[in-house]
Design a binder for this molecule. Structure first.
Ligand code: NTF
Length: 815
């Protein structure tokens, strides 16, 4: 095996050689992009070598592998991470300085892979990081979307979606592996298999065939030699699809029709599902992902094993939410139809192989597919689903004889109002373990959304509270804080043993330490101010309280509750220009789904409020509102280290976990939040005195929702009424009362997520925040304690729990 050298001179030599042989240019004529690409390749070389050793160690040990199936991976930029993990940043700084560039210049060319969307995708990335760090043999499977979700821009304050052409300059972190391509079928017909008297085995003749072409990205562990991979599938037409004769006849569009249809499968993440075609495309994507991945998993299994008995002992597949759940049916199809296993054996293998993580409580987020659509696209899979359901319902009938209502509730097929396949039910039936992502979430899953299943199989349900990687979200995002922590704790071992942060609690009363802690936060706020000014033109005060709400825009997360608070402050300052209020910068970040009109209107309102507030000569001295466009991982890494206050104000019982809440607490932000998701566990750990709690709890919210009248709150609370009336009066729309009327109507008419009910409590809690902020030393102490006591929220702990309780996998050390 070729090896790369480990000295500065070796690194420099490799840079020159990569610039010359890989980029085909020289120092004199290289562009900035050449510089970045060359650096990326040189760092990558160091990872490749570790990857080769990892693959060899895995081949030798033949261990049980974790296969993580996920529609998204929200990876963030790769360069900084890989410099850290290969310990080569120390080489790059002096070399770059010699050449008159900075590392930050080079990093600006590093494009975030467009492979993810929100919390679920970022969790997948954090778990992959921790698996590699803990030497767990693992492969992540996903789709190589040609365009990611979308790039967010604002025109007149309204969100416009632009394609995210993330691979335009090439992706230096990715390796194509065309030899491992797979073929996947869709549509077509099924027929009885002649050799099967039971009728359970059948033959599927697809009507359309596409190729899945794999490439992989390397996922290094920190402080270890392990490098795992994420394998990504891109859809391509089969070779015969180009119609040469039509092309020759001048029918250019028709000649490439099949190619376009095939390639559309991996075009974008979450294609708009408001049309029939859009919905079918989503299902097609999902099946494409699982069909390619399962074939690859079986190929890998057969490299080292024979027979099927050992399959579950070597293969554990984690289904990240319902998107990859068709894998249950596909494995059954492969085992029964193609490998000719008997149904019961195939089912026992399948059930022992899969586990399912649920990431939501919103019933509308649990996917269901119309039976008619599944029947057309995947006719054989529909038959298999019926068969699985048939045997499953027999099991239920044996446990609860005569309980027809329960059968209906548990069935994989929903009958009313239309026939649909319930993917979450298929997942639970086909898995060994089902887990929620925070304690409350798991409890509510078992008590509400999946209640009948939890009664039937209580032992199947587990909680594994989410976590985040401290490498990216502390060490890389917040180098100043990391340095201070390392100095205090004596070494960097906290990066892989995050409970060691507890050691900071001992200096939470030391004024000299608190002074340095505050200096770090201030410097981070100065940096953030520069980023904000560049992206929005708004100048913010680094000494103001930095109040952040960064997450996808969704009604249940209640960005509008935050906005009502902002408007109340605006009204107050306008009425009493000399009022002594704490100066604040309120920073929002997040995208709304392209078809989610109410939230897009709310984004527009946030921008309109920002415009009004920031240009008001009196108000803007104490209050600023900013919404930098295109919130993503890179921007999160700028914002989180500068935050003083973390807004986690979802309606209790709706946010499954949240992970931004963990990143912010780790970086010393104090949380203002409801008793929802992982907020509860954060508060339990950091202490009630160091957390701003308000609002209804999940039980109270559920009770109130049954008979809720938002207008009563509006009528009885003058501040609330004033805030809503300010919107209604067109204050933020140059007098136009119609533009934001739907926001007002929805708050007063329905207020689905009880923002008005929590308004007063939220306001009072914000007053406690202001009061606390006025004692800067006490605030700093609380900030230190938040970091010190958040070690539990490392994704290393999360992965350890999955390993011990669900996966039962062992690490394999790489020499
Ligand atoms: C999200 N779910 C939840 O909304 C978050 O609370 C949670 O932290 C993350 O998953 C990770 O578990 C989704 O993104 C989805 F798709 F399930 F709605």
């Amino acid at each position: 095996m070729r090896s790369v050298g480990s000295t500065l001179a070796d690194f420099e030599q490799d840079l020159i050689s990569n610039l010359y042989y890989q980029r085909g240019t020289t120092l004199e004529s290289a562009s900035g992009s050449d510089g970045y690409q060359t650096l990326a390749l040189t760092v990558r070389d160091r990872l490749v070598e570790r990857y080769a050793r990892t693959a060899a160690a895995h081949y030798e040990a033949n261990p049980r592998f974790v296969y993580y199936l996920s529609a998204e991976y929200l990876l963030g930029r790769q360069l900084g991470q890989n410099l850290l993990y290969t310990d080569t940043e120390r080489f790059v700084r002096p070399i770059a300085a010699d050449l008159g560039v900075t590392l930050e210049d080079l990093e600006s060319y590093d494009v975030e892979p467009g492979l993810g969307n929100g919390g679920l995708g970022r969790l997948a990335a954090c778990l992959m990081d921790s698996m590699a760090t803990l030497d767990i043999p693992a492969v992540g499977y996903g789709i190589r979307y040609e365009f990611g979700i979308f790039k967010q821009a604002f025109r007149d304050g309204a969100q416009v979606e632009r394609p995210d052409d993330w691979t335009f300059y090439g992706n230096p972190w990715e390796f194509p592996a065309p030899d491992d391509r797979q073929v996947v079928g869709f549509y077509g017909t099924t027929a009885a298999a002649l050799d099967d008297p039971t009728g359970l085995r059948r033959q599927w003749t697809p009507g359309e065939v596409v190729r899945g072409e794999p490439s992989h990205m390397l996922v290094p562990g920190y402080g270890t030699q392990t490098v795992n991979i994420i394998r990504l599938w891109q859809a391509r037409a089969s070779r015969q699809s180009f119609d040469l004769s039509r092309f020759g006849a001048g029918q250019y569009k028709e000649a490439v029709e099949d190619i376009v249809r095939a390639e559309n499968i991996s075009k974008v993440l979450y294609p708009d599902d408001s049309t029939e075609q859009g919905r079918e495309l989503r299902l097609k994507q999902q099946y494409f992902l699982v069909a390619c991945s399962l074939r690859d998993i079986i190929r890998r299994y057969r490299l080292r094993n024979t027979g099927w008995d050992a399959f579950p002992a070597k293969v554990v597949i984690q289904l990240n939410d319902t998107h990859p759940v068709m894998a249950v049916t596909e494995l059954m199809r492969l085992l029964v139809d193609e490998y000719k296993l008997d149904w019961d054996l195939a089912w026992s293998i399948t059930r022992r192989t899969f586990n399912y993580t649920c990431h939501t409580l919103l019933p509308e987020a649990l996917e269901t597919w119309p039976v008619a659509v599944v029947e057309r696209l995947l006719p054989r899979h529909m038959e298999i689903i019926y068969a699985i359901n048939h045997f499953f319902l027999q099991e239920v009938e044996a446990t609860y004889p005569g309980d027809l209502d329960r059968l209906r509730r548990l069935s994989i097929i929903q009958e009313e109002p239309d026939k649909r396949v319930r993917m979450a039910h298929l997942a639970v039936v086909g898995s060994t373990a089902v887990n929620g992502v925070a304690e409350l979430h798991t409890r509510l899953l078992a008590a509400t959304t999946l209640r009948d299943f939890a009664e039937l199989w209580p032992q199947k349900f587990h909680n594994v509270t989410n976590g985040v990687t401290p490498r990216r979200f502390v060490r890389l995002a917040n180098p100043r804080l990391s340095e201070l922590i390392t100095e205090r704790l004596g070494d960097e071992s906290w990066l892989t043993d995050l409970d060691r942060l507890e050691g900071l609690a001992g200096v939470a009363d030391d004024p000299a330490f608190l002074e340095r802690w505050r200096a770090v936060k201030r410097a981070n706020k100065v940096d953030l101010a520069a980023h904000v000014e560049r992206s929005t033109g708004v100048v913010i005060d680094p000494d103001a309280l930095c109040d952040v709400m960064i997450k996808r825009f969704h009604e249940y997360k209640r960005q509008h509750l935050k906005l009502l608070h902002v408007i109340m402050l605006f009204n107050r300052l306008r009425e009493h220009p000399d009022l002594d209020v704490v100066p604040r910068t309120v920073l929002f970040g997040g995208k709304a789904a392209p078809g989610y009109h109410s939230m897009k209107l709310l984004l527009r309102l946030v921008n309109a409020v920002a415009e009004t507030v920031n240009t008001d000569p009196v108000v803007s001295r104490r209050l600023k509102v900013v919404l930098p466009p295109d919130y993503n991982v890179t921007r999160a890494q700028w914002i989180i280290p500068a935050a003083d206050l973390s807004e986690q104000i979802s309606l209790a019982g709706k946010e499954a976990s949240g992970t931004g809440n963990m990143k912010l607490a780790l970086n010393g932000a104090l949380t203002i939040g409801t008793l929802d998701g992982a907020n509860i566990e954060i508060r339990d750990r950091v202490g009630a005195d160091n957390f701003f709690l308000f609002g209804l709890d999940a039980q109270e919210a559920a009770d109130l929702r049954r008979d809720y009248h938002p207008r009563a709150y509006y009528e009885s609370d003058p501040d609330l009424r004033a805030a809503i009336d300010t919107i209604a009066a067109g204050t933020f729309a140059k007098g136009d009362r119609s533009l934001f009327a739907p926001v007002v109507d929805s708050m007063l008419g329905r207020d689905e997520y009880l923002a008005l009910a929590d308004y007063r409590a939220y306001l009072e809690c914000q007053e406690r925040v202001e009061h606390a902020w006025r004692d800067q030393e006490a605030w700093a102490r609380m900030s230190v304690l938040n970091s010190a006591r958040s070690g539990f929220f490392s994704s290393d702990r999360t992965v350890r729990e999955y390993c011990d309780r669900i996966w039962r996998v062992e690490p394999v050390r790489v020499a």
